[in-house]
Write a protein that binds this ligand. Structure first.
Ligand code: GLA
Length: 375
């Protein structure tokens, strides 16, 4: 059964793009297990674009490139399953994938059947090369139906970048998650822009069809396909905290075979993972901007009555952010206040004059798990 929580795993694209092959996938799957990432909840190993031959086979089916995948996909799926992991692949609703390989337009049922036969558990479905006049909603519904009737439980990961009013129709397609933005790059500007693009679409997140803010860049340090210039550790910490607070799927994009300790610490932060994977999957909300949209305070009410409260300074200058407990629904007059712990530092926070505040350096955040306690 597919868990009804934001999916977690590793995807080839951010670092490797077209440079993928069997050994890399198996070594990365092993690293997922040996590094403890699997125990932390990362379970999907996903091969993104560029795995197929440029032409379909004589039987009309997609064919794995034998140079890259000499034993085929069923073999890979079996090895990955033996490690207790799940296996994901990629296609696209147009005539070609974004990198120009054959895609599933008008072959949805055949391809879903092929994927099921290989034993895949997850399909990322892109949005390039849609024929003129073909509606995204219809093409996604078609693949949704093909997957639902293929005889295997396959998680449907929509990737239409929020285009063509995706949030209005994605929930009708059977998708379990949906990409809400264009592609991430390993830069501060990209992280900031992806966070700010969420503000207007928060009502469309949450359970059943999770808003996917794109794959993580934590640990890329400027290397690999979307590596561009890299981010500071503080910026990676903020990036990961935002994705967890928003309840995004968490698909790692760095080379996990060579992760440093700090990368692992960020990706396995237990307090943040507990927020991301909170059983209730309530939607996040912005309680206030402290000035302008560079200073959001983002909140998520959790299953056990705790509140995750994130103070973010996306600007280039230091900033003080604050919110009152009353605005968060905590009633001082009913003898309730909030007490909390910061997810990375363990720092404690209590209200002063019924107000919670944080002083933040540029490009940093503090995220607290706050408990409601008696005064
Ligand atoms: C699009 C997607 C990316 C990646 C590439 C592959 O750009 O948004 O996540 O899958 O295609 O070509």
């Amino acid at each position: 059964m597919i868990k009804n929580l934001p999916p977690m795993g590793w995807n080839t694209w951010n670092t490797f793009a077209q440079n993928i092959q069997e050994e890399l996938i198996l070594d990365s799957a092993k690293a997922l297990v040996s590094s403890g990432l699997k125990d932390a909840g990362y379970e999907y190993v996903v091969i993104d674009d560029c795995w197929a031959l440029k032409e379909r086979g004589a039987d009309g089916r997609l064919t794995p490139d034998p140079q890259k995948f000499p034993h085929g996909m069923k073999y890979l799926a079996d090895r990955i399953h033996e490690m207790g992991l799940k296996f994901g692949m990629y296609s696209c609703c147009g005539t070609m994938t974004c990198a120009g390989y054959p895609a599933s337009f008008d072959r949805e049922f055949l391809d879903a059947e092929t994927f099921a036969g290989w034993g895949i558990d997850f399909l990322k479905y892109d949005y390039c090369f849609k024929p003129a006049g073909a509606e995204g909603a219809l093409l996604y519904r078609r693949m949704g139906l093909a997957l639902a009737s293929c005889g295997r439980d396959i998680l449907f990961s929509g990737c239409s970048w929020g285009a063509d009013k995706t949030p209005e129709w994605i929930g009708t397609t059977g998708a379990n998650m949906w990409r809400s933005t264009g592609d991430i790059f390993d830069t501060w500007e990209s992280v900031k822009s992806l966070i700010q693009q969420q503000y207007s679409i928060l009502p469309f997140g949450g359970k059943d069809c999770f808003n996917d803010m794109d794959m993580l860049i934590v640990g890329m340090n400027g290397k690999g396909h979307v590596g561009i210039k890299g981010c500071s550790q503080e910026e990676y910490r903020l990036h990961f905290a935002a994705w967890c607070l928003f309840g995004s799927p968490l698909m790692i994009g760095c080379d996990i075979r060579n992760m440093d300790e700090e990368t692992k610490r960020i990706l396995t932060n237990p307090a943040l993972l507990a927020i991301d994977q909170d059983a209730r999957c309530n939607r996040p909300y912005i309680i206030r901007f402290c000035g302008n949209d560079d200073y959001p305070i983002i909140v998520r009410n959790l299953a056990d009555g705790d509140l995750a409260v994130g103070f973010f300074n996306l600007s280039d200058s230091p900033a003080d952010l604050w919110v009152t407990e009353a605005d968060l629904g905590i009633s001082f007059r009913q003898n309730k206040i909030l007490e909390g712990t910061e997810v990375y530092s363990g720092r404690k926070l209590r209200s002063v004059n019924a107000t919670l505040s944080a002083s933040l350096a540029p490009h940093t955040c503090e995220v607290y798990r706050m408990k409601i306690v008696n005064l």
